[in-house]
Design a protein around this ligand. Structure first.
Ligand SMILES: [Zn+2]
Ligand SMILES: [Zn+2]
Length: 298
């Protein structure tokens, strides 16, 4: 009885309806939820602000301000610092001082956010323990910089602006997605560099800390996840050292250099890189030294 039924057109029609209708209904549900919960404007705003503000942190606060990986045009410097401030990760001077201290004491006593004190501590717990470093001790040279000190003093203004802009364009849902959700995403991606990239991933170089290269954070944090490379060569403007180590921040710096908006971009001398590879065991890659030279000397 079953076989003829299963082969019948009616049966096939029922199965088709049972499979297709819920599928289409699901798409419709997502579509209606989409239009209620998030609009295309919100998504575009979210992606745009996430991109600009993450670059403000990675290229501005980190590679430019803290590590002096390149010399920026004053306008570029101002814009990057404003975007960095919009991340709500502290004023530029405090951010730089804390990060200098992190490199100086990485995973040893005095590191503001090492997973040695626990993974949660390194991710966000440290923020509740008054671990921000004093700029007058850790980055005195920046305290007297007029642009840096102005943007730092007006930190809250930029944070408010980063909420007013999405509200003005997208209303309450714009504020929700491109303001609050965006802050949440930028925060956790940045903090993941401190927690995940000192706990999980591969070590390409031997360093005195626990830094690691973790590709997911590498992508989300625009190249900052190649954190073992960064601890091995802190001044390098490029954290991705192979073509497959995606480093959006490095690409932006290269683009700004091409159009003349940044100069003196620091590249790791090929010999220094080769020596570092020779002295690092175990070597967790197969790329030859000569191809590495080609990458860093271009
Ligand atoms: Zn680190
Ligand atoms: Zn750094």
């Amino acid at each position: 009885m079953e076989v003829p039924l299963k082969n019948s057109l009616v049966y096939k029609g029922v199965v088709l309806v049972a499979v297709i209708v819920p599928f289409l209904a699901t798409i419709y549900a997502i579509y209606t939820l989409w239009n209620k919960a998030i609009h295309l404007t919100d998504l575009i705003l979210l992606i745009s602000l996430y991109t600009c503000i993450t670059f403000g942190v990675t290229v501005g606060f980190h590679r430019m301000l803290t590590h002096r990986s390149f010399r920026p045009h004053p306008v570029v410097k101002t814009i990057l610092l404003i975007f960095g401030s919009m991340s709500l990760e502290g004023a530029a001077l405090d951010w730089a001082a804390t990060h200098v201290k992190h490199h100086a004491q990485a995973d040893h006593e005095g590191d503001p956010h090492s997973p040695v004190e626990g993974f949660f501590h390194s991710h966000l717990g440290w923020l509740f323990k008054d671990r921000m470093a004093d700029p007058n001790i850790y980055c005195r040279n920046l305290v007297n910089d007029p642009i840096v000190s102005f943007i730092s003093r007006t930190f809250l203004l930029w944070v408010v602006l980063s909420l007013v802009i999405p509200f003005a364009i997208g209303g309450w849902s714009g504020l929700l997605w491109a303001g609050l959700v965006r802050i949440f995403l930028v925060h956790h991606v940045t903090w993941s560099v401190n927690s995940i990239c000192h706990t999980f991933g591969k070590r390409e170089f031997e360093t005195s800390d626990k830094s690691r290269n973790e590709w997911v954070v590498g992508m989300l944090a625009f190249g900052e996840g190649w954190h073992n490379n960064h601890h091995a060569f802190p001044r390098s403007a490029f954290h991705g050292l192979h073509w497959w180590q995606i480093d959006f921040s490095g690409y932006l710096i290269r683009l700004l250099e091409r159009v003349g908006l940044v100069t003196d971009v620091y590249r790791i001398p090929a010999e220094m890189l080769a020596n570092r590879y020779k002295n690092s065991k175990p070597v967790l890659h197969t790329t030859s030294i000569s191809s590495k030279k080609a990458i860093v000397t271009e």
